[in-house]
Ligand binder design. Structure first.
Ligand SMILES: NC(=O)c1ccc[n+]([C@@H]2O[C@H](COP(=O)([O-])OP(=O)(O)OC[C@H]3O[C@@H](n4cnc5c(N)ncnc54)[C@H](O)[C@@H]3O)[C@@H](O)[C@H]2O)c1
Length: 279
C-alpha cells in the first residue's frame, strides 16, 4: 500500500465467526454477503442441496455450508461443529430459516389443513430457532457472543401472514425474551423484524404451497403500498440491523431487543386496502 493511502476501514465484524440458518437465498444469503464484507467468516445451515452447492462454489473457503434441516438438533449441532472446526470458534448465531403461509386465513383453511399446516410450519419457524439456539449456546457462552433471530412485521402486527405464520413469529419473540434472560450476562439475544422482500420464501406442502414463492402472491407495488416509507426493499436493505446487533464494538448494550426493520410500520401498523371477513 502507498504510504499516503488511507487503509480501508475495518469491518464491524472483523475476525468474528457467524452461523446463519437458511443462508442459501433471500435474506440469509444477503447476510452471508454482508457479514463477509464486514470481515466475518460464515457458516450456513441450509436444507436445499442446490443452494449448498452454490454457496460452496461461490464462496470457497470463507463459507462452510452444511446441508441439513433446522428441525433436527443433530443437523444444527453438526453445523455448529463444522463451523467451529473450520474457523476455531463461534461468535454469532443467526436463526433465520423459515417458511410462510401466504396469508392463508382461518376461514380459508379446512380443519385438516390448519392442523397439518401448524405441524409443518411451527417445527421450522419455532422449533428450528430453539434447537439452533441449543446447539450454538455452549460456543456462544465461551466466546461471549450473540444470537439474532429473524422475525417479521408479523411478529408485531396482524395482516402480514395468516394465523400460522403470525403466531410463529410472535412465538419467536417469546423465545428471544426468554433466551436473553437466561443467557445473560454471557450472550446477547436480539431479533430483527423485516417487512416484505423478494426471496425464495415458500409455504407448507400441506397447504399446497411448497413451490409457491412470496412474490407469486404479492407484488412489489402491493408491498410498497403498505409501508409508510413507500419503497420495495431488497434483502440487502435489512442486513444493517443484524451487523449492528452482532458487533461487539457497536453493541454492548442491546439484549432482549427487537428491531422493527419494516420501513416505518410502527407509525401505523399494516393497513390493507381490503381486508377482514368478506362474507
Ligand atoms: N421474504 C419476506 O417478505 C420476509 C418478510 C419478513 C420476514 N421474513 C423472514 O426472513 C427469513 C428468511 O426468509 P427469506 O424471505 O429470505 O426466504 P428464503 O426462502 O429465500 O430463505 C429461507 C431459506 O431457508 C431454507 N430453509 C427452509 N426450511 C428449512 C429447513 N427446515 N432447514 C434448513 N433450511 C431451511 C430455504 O431453503 C431458504 O434457502 C425468514 O425468517 C422469514 O420469515 C421474510
Amino acid at each position: 500500500m502507498d504510504a499516503n493511502q488511507t487503509p480501508a476501514p475495518a469491518g464491524w465484524l472483523q475476525g468474528d465467526v457467524a452461523l446463519i440458518t437458511g443462508g442459501g437465498s433471500g435474506l440469509g444469503l444477503a447476510l452471508v454477503e454482508r457479514f463477509l464484507l464486514e470481515g466475518a467468516k460464515v457458516g450456513v445451515l441450509e436444507r436445499s442441496h442446490e443452494k449448498v452447492d452454490a454457496l460452496r462454489a461461490r464462496f470457497g473457503d470463507d463459507v462452510v455450508a452444511t446441508q441439513g434441516d433446522v428441525r433436527s438438533y443433530e443437523d444444527n449441532s453438526r453445523a455448529v461443529a463444522e463451523t467451529v472446526n473450520r474457523f476455531g470458534k463461534l461468535d454469532i448465531f443467526i436463526g433465520n430459516a423459515a417458511i410462510w403461509d401466504h396469508g392463508a386465513s382461518l376461514m380459508s383453511l379446512t380443519p385438516e389443513q390448519l392442523a397439518n399446516g401448524f405441524d409443518e410450519l411451527f417445527p421450522v419457524n419455532v422449533k428450528g430457532y430453539l434447537l439452533g439456539a441449543k446447539a450454538a449456546a455452549p460456543e456462544l457462552i465461551k466466546s461471549e457472543g450473540s444470537m439474532i433471530f429473524t422475525l417479521s412485521n408479523s411478529a408485531f402486527y396482524p395482516g402480514g401472514g395468516g394465523p400460522l405464520y403470525t403466531a410463529s413469529k410472535h412465538a419467536a419473540v417469546g423465545l428471544i425474551r426468554e433466551l436473553a434472560y437466561e443467557l445473560a450476562p454471557k450472550v446477547r439475544v436480539n431479533g430483527v423484524g423485516p417487512c416484505g422482500m423478494a426471496s425464495d420464501l415458500r409455504g407448507p406442502a400441506s397447504l399446497g404451497q411448497e413451490n409457491m414463492r412470496i412474490m407469486d402472491s404479492r407484488s412489489p407495488e402491493a408491498i410498497a403500498s403498505i409501508l409508510p416509507l413507500q419503497f420495495f426493499p431488497q434483502a440487502a436493505d435489512f442486513t444493517g440491523p443484524f451487523v449492528l446487533l452482532a458487533s461487539r464494538a457497536n453493541n454492548r448494550t442491546l439484549s432482549g431487543v427487537l428491531l422493527n426493520a419494516d420501513a416505518g410500520l410502527a407509525i401505523r401498523g399494516i393497513r390493507h386496502t381490503a381486508g377482514g371477513l368478506n362474507l
